[in-house]
Design a protein around this ligand. Sequence first.
Ligand SMILES: Cc1ncc(COP(=O)(O)O)c(C=O)c1O
Length: 431
Amino acid sequence: MTSTVDVRTEEHAHRLDAADPLPTLRERFHVPPASGGAYPEVAYLAGNSLGLQPRSVAGLIEEELADWARLGVEGHVEATRPWKPYHELLRDAAARLVGAQPAETVVMNSLTVNLHLMLVSFYRPTPERYAILIEDSAFPSDSYAAQSQVRLHGFDPAQAVIRLRPRPGEACLRTEDVLDVLRTRGHTIATTMLGGVNYLTGELMDIPAITAAARDAGVIAGWDLAHAVGNVPLRLHEWGVDWAAWCHYKYVNSGPGAPAGCFVHERHLADRALPKLQGWWSTDPATRFRMLPELDPVDTADSWQLSNPPILAMAPVLASLRIFDEVGMDALRAKSLRLTGYLAELVEALCADLPVEVLTPPDPDRRGAQLSLRLLGPDADDVSARLRHEHGVIADARRPDVVRFAPAPLYCTHHDAWRAAHALAAVLRAG
Ligand SMILES: Cc1ncc(COP(=O)(O)O)c(C=O)c1O
């Protein structure tokens, strides 16, 4: 006798959670209370926008505040975790998260600042090779950064920013089309600045294949990994990526505006001819406090730093990276595949006759922990507000018609995915 399982039931969601090989770490995070719906806490599916606060963050910040109160300026060297080299505490764990060597990695600034610092070094246009390659649906900050950089060099963004568009009628890019652009137009492209996971569609790009094709075409392979870091396993060094930048406030849960990350491949580290913007944190720490007028170069990613590290903002990054080290990206990815797969299954089962379509690729290898849904009629802001206030489900709207659901595997459960899919169906059905 065979028994069939109804994936739509709440019991099934609970069963999946109970049987999951990676039990949730939800209790390690502050999950906001719900302002509507039947459950005390929200189902938080907006970790691709701002991750939840780890409970360990407050203690680490309080320690820094206590050291500041106790020591004043002496905290630079005498604090429990001395402030001068504080960024070094983050380096190894950040490097593990992106598959880099420690010397290739630095935590600093915010993401757009790091994109610019990377472009200063790696976008060196010539009359023949002058373009930056981005996705047409790149995050606006990336578009503005690319446009302002090409203008800075005297080029017109209309020609010098190449935007990759999906085929007519399709939402996502096809790898073969990206490779084709690199083959046919690569001789005009100076650097790529592509999203590893596209913020809007949730498409996971084939980073190794695109990086290899870029390099074959003499193009510098640069990546914005805002939506990829802490979401999918990365091997930047092994894949030969030239440069990358990312933020830590989405899947890495380090708080609003948290210091970002930067990767420069080892093969560039000793190239002292690379143009860079510099400040006192670019110089060798061994001689920094001799206060010399000339910079003493270091051949690591640290040489892209400008300023002394913002300790109170970096403490949450330390707390968050510890969690990733503890759990490991491979186990998280495995859970993420289970959660996102289950959410996709539920959306298909519950919303087939409703005005919504999934934009994110159905192939689990082509997506991370995100499903982007296009609403065919209803307003995205309105749907997301109703999800929150009527059902306690936090998703986010991208105007005019996209709602994104990200079951981040550190704190989301199958039951959260179940709540999200049922809430969406209820909101759309109510019209
Ligand atoms: C893909 C991408 N690039 C750039 C940014 C801008 O980040 P920041 O404000 O940290 O510069 C974001 C922010 O969400 C993003 O998602």
